[in-house]
Design a protein around this ligand. Structure first.
Ligand SMILES: Nc1nc2c(ncn2[C@@H]2O[C@H](COP(=O)(O)OP(=O)(O)OP(=O)(O)O)[C@@H](O)[C@H]2O)c(=O)[nH]1
Ligand SMILES: [Zn+2]
Length: 365
């Protein structure tokens, strides 16, 4: 194998296969005949991507045709590269089908969707005891993860700060359905062993959660040592100096893959009624029993959802959260359609009213 434009191999970058590669991708790639190879995007820069290929890391820009088609690879993508040995370069010519797709700002119709990362299998939603443990916020994150197609796992961090976490875990499990809820302390490393079943060879994981919940601490505690040693992205610039790129995709010792980047860290609710339906499957299931097909579950007669709330089967706060997330999606689509700034004001008014009602209802600040 030649080593043109390949980075120096820092640690065990001697990959024989592309991390996360599978038979389905092999089939997709087989449509390409000729000097094409596959790779996986490890980091995205302004004009080029760092791409893992068997044997190392290369940099490649996207082809003109892809640019014109508005196709932009993101971290985690499997791509097809044109290998132009004669001019010492690789060009990204296609993105192989994405299994999952983490996006923000979607209107649900895909028009202004901004994809942040692709092909993540499992997303750890990190929250922490104390102020951050907000069930409504968790519903929001669950919606994001379901929309992406990845499997959610909820982590309650900083468990060292409470005496008896049982109730917190139960409350969280109540809104989480089948989603695993795991109590951990990134600081004392308590419970970290329970994450292992979700980190499997050739599977890709990522963390989301608000600022301060302990994502960096967890990465250092759980992935840290492993990550420092692997996939150090070092490149030689043309003067032979090393430049360090921001790492975004890491290989774990068991062959698992971990993706971390600022876009994922900053993700907010973006997407798709599909995610809402799954997060609130209790409500959408009940809605089948409403008399009116277009029931809004607010004040229609014979509303099965309202009935369940009155019977105490569904907490009012959960229904409010459902309303809020649904309204937010509608808002995003309206905004995209009309491009009106004025809607922003309407939104903030509605949200602050919603928040006030929530406070009145729960007595929580
Ligand atoms: N008591 C306790 N503190 C923790 C734990 N994990 C993290 N912290 C503390 O929480 C603070 C925030 O942790 P970070 O790891 O920086 O949080 P983050 O989620 O990465 O925050 P951003 O970088 O803003 O996204 C730090 O002071 C940590 O030391 C834990 O398990 N227990
Ligand atoms: Zn109804």
């Amino acid at each position: 194998m030649d080593d043109r434009s390949k980075s120096e191999n820092p640690d065990n970058l001697d990959l024989e296969v592309i991390p996360g590669w599978n038979d389905g991708l092999e089939v997709a790639l087989s449509a390409y005949k000729g000097p094409y190879i596959a790779g996986r995007v490890a980091a995205q820069h302004k004009t080029v991507c760092d791409i893992l290929i068997p044997g190392g890391m290369v940099q490649a820009a996207i082809s003109g045709a892809m640019r014109r088609a508005g196709k932009q690879p993101v971290v985690g993508d499997f791509v097809v590269l044109l290998d132009q040995a004669e001019i010492n370069s690789y060009t990204i010519v296609d993105i192989l089908p994405r299994k999952t797709c983490l996006a923000r700002g979607s209107t649900g119709d895909g028009s202004d969707e901004q994809v942040i990362a692709a092909n993540i299998d499992t997303i750890f939603i990190v929250t922490a005891v104390g102020n951050d443990l907000n069930l409504r916020r968790l519903e929001r994150y669950l919606t994001i993860v379901y929309s992406s197609g990845a499997n959610p796992v909820i982590l309650i961090n900083k468990i060292d700060l409470v005496d008896d976490p049982a109730q917190l875990i139960q409350e969280t499990q109540d809104i989480a359905g089948d989603v695993p809820v795991i109590a951990i302390s990134a600081l004392s490393k308590d419970g970290l062993d329970k994450l292992a079943p979700y980190i499997n060879p050739a599977e890709t994981v990522a963390l989301i959660g608000s600022s301060g919940v302990g994502k960096s601490t967890l990465i250092n505690a759980f992935f840290g040592e492993a990550i420092q040693k692997t996939l150090g992205v070092r490149e030689d610039d043309d003067k032979g100096k090393h430049t360090t790129t921001v790492r975004q995709l890491f290989l774990l010792p068991n062959g698992g893959i971990f993706i971390d980047n600022p876009g994922i860290r900053e993700i907010q609710l973006g997407d798709s009624s599909d995610g809402i339906d799954r997060t609130f499957s209790d409500i959408t299931d009940l809605a089948q029993g409403c008399r009116f097909k277009d029931c809004t579950h607010r004040d229609e007669p014979h509303c099965a959802v309202q009935r369940a709330v009155h019977q105490g089967l569904i907490p009012q706060e959960r229904l409010d959260s459902f309303f809020k997330l649904t309204a937010e999606l509608t808002f995003q689509s309206e905004k995209a359609e009309l491009g009106l700034k004025g809607i922003e004001k309407k939104k903030y008014k509605a949200i602050s009213q919603g928040a006030r009602k929530y406070r009145e209802f729960t007595g929580k600040p």
